[in-house]
Design a protein around this ligand. Structure first.
Ligand SMILES: Cc1cc2nc3c(=O)[nH]c(=O)nc-3n(C[C@H](O)[C@H](O)[C@H](O)COP(=O)(O)O)c2cc1C
Length: 207
């Protein structure tokens, strides 16, 4: 049996696309200090050249990361493992006046090669990105960016850059809700892979 999402609640239909791949995005603040925040609306959008698209909230309040990226054109996508889930969620929380989120998080900055914002050493992969265009898609701004440089942990990824599931569990985010003094976040935990071999169709063989 299937049921429809009521039209009055259609905004929640995007949750049918879960899990979201949560990443930590690092940027530079106006004063040159480092900034970090987690985002999951990220996708590859071109292979050659390598490009990614990241959707950041612009309404009713613009994400601070978006302000930083609009000013500098640069950001780094860092792939955290599930062991960083608490810190990842905490880095979405607001800061007090004068507080720096990167410093508060305790993450170790990893110098980048082609962009100013550093990566996060505790993460397993780093994509250094430069914005080539942005689109206002509604309450989010979609940033399309070239990947200028990328590096990764050789224990976390195999030679073909597929995840080594025994060593690295990405932060696959399912859902969250607020309590009085905390937020609850549910991540997908899976430490195995599912391998299949599919015979070519005859049409494919003729090509
Ligand atoms: C797992 C997770 C995924 C998130 N994904 C997004 C996202 O894709 N886009 C977005 O605008 N905010 C997302 N957020 C919310 C931002 O992290 C949050 O609003 C944060 O305060 C933004 O920080 P900034 O204003 O310092 O940039 C996500 C939060 C969490 C915990």
């Amino acid at each position: 049996m299937k049921t429809g999402v009521p039209e009055s609640e259609l905004e929640s239909s995007v949750f049918l696309l879960q899990p979201g791949r949560a990443i930590l995005c690092t940027t530079k603040n106006g004063d040159g200090s480092n900034h970090v925040a987690p985002f999951s609306w990220i996708n590859p959008v071109s292979h050659k050249p390598p490009r990614v698209a990241l959707a950041l909230l612009n309404h009713p309040k613009k994400q601070h990361s978006l302000e930083n990226i609009e000013r500098t054109g640069e950001f780094v996508i860092n792939m955290p493992g599930l062991e960083l889930a608490e810190k990842l969620v905490e880095s979405s929380f607001l800061t007090l006046e004068g507080e720096n989120k990167f410093v508060r998080s305790g993450f170790t900055p990893l110098p980048s090669i082609k962009v100013e914002p550093p990566g996060i050493d505790e993460c397993k992969a780093h994509l250094e990105c430069k914005v080539i265009s942005s689109i206002n898609t509604g309450d989010h701004t979609l940033l399309i960016a070239d990947v200028l440089c990328a590096h990764y942990d050789v224990d976390a990824y195999g030679p073909s850059l597929s995840i080594n599931t025994e060593k690295f569990q990405p932060a696959l985010h399912l859902f969250n809700y607020n309590l009085d003094k905390s937020q609850v976040h549910i991540f997908l935990k899976s430490s195995s892979s599912y391998t299949i071999e599919v015979p070519y169709t005859s049409a494919f063989n003729e090509e």
